[in-house]
Design a protein around this ligand. Structure first.
Ligand code: ATP
Length: 477
């Protein structure tokens, strides 16, 4: 089982301290969300799992943390200033602003010209039903800002952008990473960090927001070896999600058709997740979780000083570097091709939450929510619960056990309710194990370990507890 819709997760996330609507005391801010105590743990665990898998468990990877605000030229030569836009239309009746490519063309858009369909009044505003829409015009998604205290609002010399992707920070550091770490192609550079897009229509909870986090990796290969490497990364990424518990039934690969490809891409395959299972039309259940693109040598060439156009003029007169690579073994120089797996932290968190959601009925006929998160992702690994909170010896023993576990795993102590309620709370937040201390524990130095998924209980000696939990959690160093 998984969540029947995103709304179920929105209310669970708020109730249990995962995700709160941002700025709520001032009426909120459309599409902004704050990650609460459990949400920040879940995000960190997703990022840690990705980093370990992507960087530590391979021999050909380096990490990077580049600046969010980069020299404006980066966005000029990457093509973002010119092309990083969505087609925008306004509804003249209700003033809604809409993304033209997301309107309902009843299947006509694949063959037809969007502007013509809108002009011929074949498309309706989803808010009010009017066909009185403006022509689509490009709306650049990059957030603008000014650098420095003295700059005037519209001073072009002070103009800067918040990065809309982490990738460009990797390309401009390609040589520095390669040389300082003495790397030979093929190798990759991974980065996790915030990105910003002034989305026309954000929404669906944390699926699409204006501020979000990305986990991106640029894998540099010799031209000609790009297609095989691309396919390998598609398979690797799909397997990463299933290894952390996402069900295969809720994942699919989507080959982007030619007309959808970004200007730099030779081929892009997206991993889709079933984010919208409640929708009537099966095809609309799916949306992008991550994309794996073959970006060719577009970016390294675009940021290099050497390439010239047909008239022999430098294409990039602002760059001071040439980002080509000299292959010592083959004695050849080339611009490496780049394979880019690009995932969203927040969309991954949403998929993990939806997939982990399940319900179970207890002996009393009450329905309980169990969040069956992979142990590596679970915000809390173990909750230590005293059976009698008015018995100082039991409380003291429980607190001591919690303290002994906390250096090696995230542990909490809770005595704010009856045991049934405490178990239910931990099940709902995805804690794999509860450890209960009762009267007998004082005698036999043993505790009860309860499993989240099976509700089975086992008696374990306190001396063996840490080892026992570590083994079952497979918490890796
Ligand atoms: P979409 O088509 O959904 O706008 P995209 O194809 O523009 O996404 P990419 O540029 O490929 O997205 O970014 C890589 C990943 O970053 C996406 O697969 C997604 O997980 C995440 N991402 C992109 N935009 C957003 C956003 N506005 N909010 C949350 N995550 C995002």
């Amino acid at each position: 089982m998984s969540a029947p819709n995103i709304e179920t997760i929105v209310s669970l996330a708020k109730r249990r301290g995962f995700v709160f609507p941002s700025s709520e005391i001032y009426g909120g801010l459309g599409s902004a969300w704050d990650y609460g105590p459990l949400g920040v743990e879940l995000c960190n665990n997703v990022k840690r799992a990705w980093w370990r898998w992507m960087v530590y468990e391979r021999d050909d990877m380096e990490g990077l943390d580049s600046s969010i605000i980069l020299n404006r030229s980066v966005w000029k030569y990457s093509g973002h200033e010119e092309t990083f836009s969505d087609p925008l239309v306004d509804c003249r009746e209700c003033n809604s602003r809409l993304r033209a490519d997301k309107l309902d063309y009843a299947g006509a858009a694949e063959s037809g010209d969007i502007a013509a369909l809108i002009r011929d009044k074949q498309v309706k505003c989803p808010s009010c039903g009017s066909t009185n829409l403006t022509e689509p015009r490009p709306f650049n998604l990059m957030f603008r800002t000014q650098l420095g205290a003295a700059s005037a609002e519209d001073d072009p010399n002070a103009l800067a952008y918040l990065r809309p992707e982490t990738a460009q920070g990797i390309f401009i550091n390609f040589h520095l990473v390669q040389q300082t770490m003495r790397r030979k192609v093929p190798f990759g550079i991974a980065q996790i960090g915030k990105s910003f897009r002034n989305e026309v229509t954000p929404g669906n909870f944390i699926f699409r927001t204006r501020e979000f986090e990305q986990m991106e990796m640029e894998y540099f290969v010799r031209p000609g070896e790009d297609e095989t490497a691309h396919q390998e990364w598609i398979d690797n990424c799909f397997n990463w999600y299933t290894s952390l518990g996402l069900s295969r039934d809720n994942l699919r690969l989507y080959e982007q058709p030619k007309e959808e490809l970004a200007h730099y891409a030779k081929r892009t395959v997206d991993i889709h997740y079933r984010f919208f299972p409640e929708r009537a039309e099966a095809e609309k259940h799916w949306d992008e979780l991550m994309g794996i693109a073959n970006r060719t040598d577009f970016d390294l060439r675009a940021h290099s000083k050497n390439p010239v156009d047909a008239e022999g003029k430098r294409v990039n007169p602002d760059s001071t570097e040439d980002l080509s690579y000299f292959d010592e073994a083959r004695k050849e120089r080339y611009y490496p091709y780049v394979i880019e797996p690009a995932a969203g932290v927040n969309r991954s968190v949403l998929a993990f939450l939806m997939d982990a959601y399940s319900e179970r009925t207890n002996d009393k006929g009450e329905t309980r929510v169990i969040l069956k998160l992979h142990p590596e992702l679970a915000p809390i690994k173990v909750a230590v619960l005293p059976l009698a909170k008015n018995k100082p010896e039991i409380v003291g023993m429980a607190k001591a056990i919690k303290r002994s576990l906390q250096p090696v795993m995230r542990a909490v102590y809770d005595d704010t309710g009856g045991i049934g309620k405490l178990y239910a709370r931990q099940d709902e937040t995805g804690t794999p194990f509860c450890v209960t201390i009762d009267h007998q524990s004082l005698e036999d130095e043993a505790v009860t370990v309860r499993d989240r998924d099976t509700w089975e209980q086992e008696r374990v000696k306190v001396a063996d507890l840490q080892q026992h939990l570590r083994q079952r959690l497979e918490v890796r160093g």
